[in-house]
Every structure is written in C-alpha cells, then in structure tokens.
Design a protein around this ligand. Structure first.
Ligand code: SF4
Ligand code: FES
Length: 363
C-alpha cells in the first residue's frame, strides 16, 4: 500500500533550462534539457490544469530563466485563470518595464529576483555576465508595478563576507522578503564545491549579521536563512519530507519529487506525457519511495528527530553514500559522517584556490 499523502501546495514549473547567467553554483543537472525537448505551450497549460485539480494553489515559474520562453505571457494568463498564485522566479535579465507590465496585467502576483553579490563587480563576476545594473532596473520596475518582491541570493565562500551589503541591497530594492540560502551541492554546483564551501569562521560571522538584521528589520523585511548543512550536526528538513508539499516539473515534462531528484539515478522518473500529475503524485514509485517514515532504517527509524528533519536530504544521501535511503551523511549520527568531515578538511581551505567552472548554457 502507498504511504498516505496530502495534496501538494504548489508546483515548481521549470519552463526552460536556458539561462543568460553562468553561475557556478547552479543546482540544475549537468545534462540540461535542450530547447527542442521542452514542453509545448499546450503541454504546460495541461500541466497547470492538472496541478490545480490536484489542489496546488501556487505556481512558481522558474528555470533557467523563464523569460526565455516566448509563451510566458500566455502561460501566466492561463495559470491566473485557474486562480493560482503566480510567482515569477527570474534573474531580472530581460525584464523590461513593458514586459513586466504585461506580465503583471496577465496575472503575475509576485516576483523573486536573484542577486549574486552586493556589488556590481562581485555580482557580475559570479553571474559570469554584466547583469547587476539590469537587476537594479528590474527591481525598480517591480516596485513601480506594485508587485511584492523577494530577493534571493545563493551564499558561498565567494560572497558570504558581504552578507551585510546584500541585506542593505534588498532594503534599497524595496524587497518584502530576502532569501539567503547557502549553496546546496547538487548538479553543476557539486563540481564547484571546493570553490564554494564556506569556512566555519565565515559562517559564524554571517550568522551574527543575519540574526541582527532579522531583529532590526522585523515587520519590514522577512529574512529567510538557509543554513550551510555540511557544518551542522543535523541535516536540513529537505523539502519538508519527500513528496510532501511540492512537485517539480522539469522543462521536458519529467515530474520530480524535488528539483534535484535526477541526481538519484536509481529513481524511475515519470513524465507528464505518460501519466497524469494525480497518478504520479499519489501512486508513482518515485513519489512514494521516501514518503513517510517506513522506508527508513536506523539510526533515523528510531530517532525522535525524524519528525523534524525527515532523515535529511535523499539527494545528498545518494550522492555521498550511493544509497538514497541512507541517513543524510551530514547527520552526526550517520555512520557516513566522516565522508562529510573529510570533504570539509580537504575542500574548505584548498592550498591553491581552484577556479570556478562557469555554467555556459547555449540559448
Ligand atoms: Fe535526523 Fe536521522 Fe539524524 Fe535522527 S538520525 S537526526 S532522524 S538524520
Ligand atoms: Fe532532493 Fe534534498 S535536494 S531531497
């Protein structure tokens, strides 16, 4: 019998993997979906219908860069007609005043804008292109349009010392919410782990700055801080449990229990061309594989923290131990914790700073 599941809150629609930025921390897969394998407009509309029928109330249009899809206005309009809350997740590159105005008219409710660093030089170095000024302009358009704005920054060794500047930027941009998420090492980011892993001292300094800002900006800007789990004694509650809250549809229609799930090469992934989202959510092998607690073995099975962290991250367990059903090796109770300690010892302070492998994506 399948474990019981509630309806999902939201759909992460990765409309395309194409992206103008070249960030080395990208957690999208190494093998990206090519433009000619992307779902058509009609396919996406059907996916949105099915997600809404399943109970999803939010559709996050993401990528890559969703502005790369010419049919974005129609997709937004369709999602809006279903009564879903539409969140546009963008780099801001290409988000002109006219385009935003049109998207807002058609039903975008919220914009999530990425920022790579607090300065023009830092931002453009990490993004691999001159994007800073365009992001500032995009933020102004979003504010002028009266749309709520979340600024999100992926943190790592190259920008963690600038966290105060990032918070100041979010204030200046008029954000309601700031997401400061330490890098998760999946997909392309895993290649660059030795360039990205922060030191313990950097994290301690950033933690203090974030905490003070959370206090100072309470009621004005919500600051969400996602920890750097390699340095922690317990793992993050990844996805708040497998197949529990959200589903992801990749540009080619693959339906994923978490955005990084393709790293688990043993997982049989379903596609929207062969099954309905309803069947995939409730009955597929992939969504039921790590749902609930039955799949766990010790130490998780008998651990009281399983209700808090759900045994951590399945993708990380697979990547670092070869079995997605293992306890996340970040956990101090995991028999594989030494794998993480060894990585920290060897990669956190390399004798020679390695170069970032930039993500060059053909458009
Ligand atoms: Fe979480 Fe499992 Fe570690 Fe317990 S043993 S803290 S449930 S990862
Ligand atoms: Fe896939 Fe954590 S990223 S379960």
């Amino acid at each position: 019998m399948s474990p019981t599941a509630e309806a999902p809150f939201g759909l992460l629609a990765e409309l395309t993997h194409r992206c103008p930025l070249q960030c080395g921390y990208c957690s999208n897969p190494i093998e990206l979906v090519k433009r000619d394998a992307e779902l058509s407009t009609e396919d996406w509309m059907r996916v949105f219908d099915q997600a809404r029928a399943l109970g999803a109330l939010q559709i996050h249009m993401s990528g890559g860069e969703p502005l790369g899809r010419r049919d974005l206005p129609e997709l937004v309009e369709h999602a809006n007609s279903l009564g879903t809350y539409v969140n546009l997740v963008t780099s801001g590159v290409g988000l002109t005043r006219e385009r935003l105005r049109d998207l807002a008219k058609r039903g975008v409710d919220h914009v999530q804008l990425s920022l790579q660093d607090a300065t023009r030089e830092g931002n453009d170095r990490i993004a691999g292109i001159k994007a800073f000024d365009r992001k500032i302009e995009a933020a102004a358009h979003i504010r002028d349009e009266g749309l709520p704005l979340t600024v999100n920054t992926v943190l790592h060794r190259q920008n963690l010392d600038n966290v105060a500047g990032l918070i100041a930027m979010a204030e200046e941009m008029g954000a309601e919410r700031l997401e400061l998420a330490n890098t998760q090492y999946y997909g392309w980011a895993l290649r660059n782990r030795a360039v990205l892993l922060p030191t313990k001292e950097q994290l301690a300094r950033a933690d203090a700055v974030v905490e003070a800002a959370q206090e100072r900006l309470r009621g004005k800007i919500e600051i969400v801080y996602v920890i750097a789990d390699y340095h922690e004694a317990h793992p993050k509650p990844c996805m708040y449990g497998w197949g529990a809250r959200q589903l992801t549809v990749a540009p080619n229609g693959d339906v994923l229990p978490c955005p990084a799930a393709t790293v688990i090469t043993s997982l049989k992934i379903e596609n929207v061309q062969n099954s309905s989202l309803h069947d995939i959510w409730y009955h597929s092998e992939s969504f039921n594989a790590y749902r609930g607690f039955e799949w766990m073995s010790d130490p998780c099975r008998s651990c009281p923290r399983k209700e808090i962290d759900f045994g951590g991250c399945r993708c990380q367990a697979f990547q670092l131990t070869g079995d997605a059903a293992n306890t996340d090796p970040v956990c101090s109770l995991s028999p594989n914790r030494q794998t993480v300690d060894l990585i920290l010892d060897t990669e956190m302070r390399p004798a020679v700073e390695p170069a970032m492998a930039m993500r060059k994506i053909s458009q």
